[in-house]
Design a protein around this ligand. Structure first.
Ligand code: SF4
Length: 373
């Protein structure tokens, strides 16, 4: 199938789409794309698929036809995030805090705390988001490749979210004047690019993401739905790894639509209290209750958008029912995943052990500071 596109980006209204086209058609650049979990179950809605239908393999195929060199899955890095965040959480349990540990995957939530409640910055997990972990690993792994073939790796992240553009532009994620993620495109921007090419998704041969960064667990794919990050961390922390335990976690109340959900688990004799906050507005309410002594948690997941990233501002416009179906699509992907827990991802565990603890500490973690704007 032939892609008829304007290689200069001149016919695209959106500047960032033009930037993407110019990178793709620059022979000096190796364009490497990562695709976030929530994108795969929403993008199809713009092409006649039902909300929640997972069309990742069609999107990979389309990107290849458009000229992208390598297409990977953010799920790979979500497994790294789960392992790192669960280890940090277990260390805090040993050290006695600080609690609650807040998840750090949602940049809008991080920015909210920086601007409104900076005293809680030490409560935010020091783990980078999956998008930024992916970029750290990619740039480290491809430095040698760039030096040997003279091309420059250009990293595009396809995200459900406009806040991810702000995250990628933060000083913390620049090295030697270059961003780790060169460009963030939203799901809708990718829709526009696919339309510009005239590609018919339903006519494509399916293609899986490339290896080695194309492999992710079921725990990773549910990062895109409210409660998914907390559930993944719990899967890693619970000593009993049986299927029955996974099932119990699934029905424990960690999943759902309620604005604030509370769950309790036993980890090695300690009762762990977790809250999942669905929508930024409810985080304020939760913090007020924590400060009033009405609530206590060890771990709190906050996702700013309704339903989590499936309801992100960069996704196709959808009503609550569509967002629910997208979440169900991610749960279905988890149910059929080859492995359900992050530490079962053989590529991730091998890479973490190759890199060593010091490298992981330096490249997979970040400390956020107070900001005025
Ligand atoms: Fe972005 Fe919304 Fe997901 Fe936060 S919850 S990372 S703002 S899509």
């Amino acid at each position: 199938q032939c892609a008829a596109v304007c290689t200069t980006g001149a016919i695209t209204v959106n500047d960032q789409i033009g930037t993407a086209w110019r990178a793709i058609h620059d022979p000096q650049k190796r364009v490497v794309v990562q695709i976030a979990p929530a994108v795969r179950v929403a993008i199809g809605e713009e092409f006649g698929y039902a909300p929640g239908e997972n069309i990742l393999d069609r999107v990979v195929s389309a990107l290849k036809i458009m000229g992208v060199d390598e297409v990977y899955d953010t799920n790979f890095a979500a497994d790294m995030t789960t392992i790192s965040e669960a280890e940090e959480f277990l260390q805090r349990l040993k050290a006695g805090g600080p609690f609650p540990m807040f998840t750090s995957c949602c940049p809008a939530w991080v920015k909210y705390l920086e601007l409104n409640d900076p005293k809680y910055l030490e409560n935010i997990s020091t783990c980078k988001s999956p998008m930024q972990m992916f970029a750290s690993v990619l740039k480290a792994k491809y430095a040698e490749k760039d030096a040997s073939d003279g091309r420059t790796t250009y990293h595009i992240a396809i995200m459900p979210c406009t806040a991810k553009k702000m995250e990628a532009a933060r000083d913390e994620f620049f090295h030697d004047g270059t961003p780790d993620v060169d460009l963030v495109l939203t799901t809708r921007e990718l829709v526009d690019m696919i339309r510009e090419t005239g590609i018919h998704l339903d006519e494509l041969e399916l293609e899986s993401p490339d290896l080695p960064f194309g492999l992710g667990s079921g725990a990773a794919v549910i990062y895109g739905v409210t409660g998914g990050v907390a559930e993944s961390v719990v899967r890693h922390c619970l000593p009993d790894k049986s299927k029955n335990t996974l099932r119990q976690v699934r029905v424990s109340g960690i999943r759902g639509d309620e604005p604030i959900r509370e769950v309790t688990y036993d980890v090695d004799g300690t009762e762990i209290k977790i809250a999942v906050v669905n929508g930024l507005i409810h985080a304020k309410e939760l913090i007020a209750d924590i400060e009033a002594g009405k609530r206590f948690y060890h771990l709190v997941e906050v996702m700013s958008c309704q339903g989590g990233c499936v309801g992100g501002a960069g996704q196709p416009y959808g009503l609550t029912a569509a967002k629910k179906e997208r979440g169900n699509g991610l749960y279905a992907a988890d149910a059929s995943a080859l492995f359900k827990r992050a530490e079962k991802n053989p590529v991730v565990t091998a890479m973490l052990s190759d890199f060593g603890p010091q490298w992981c500490h330096d490249h997979l973690h970040v400390h956020y500071g107070h900001r005025d704007q």
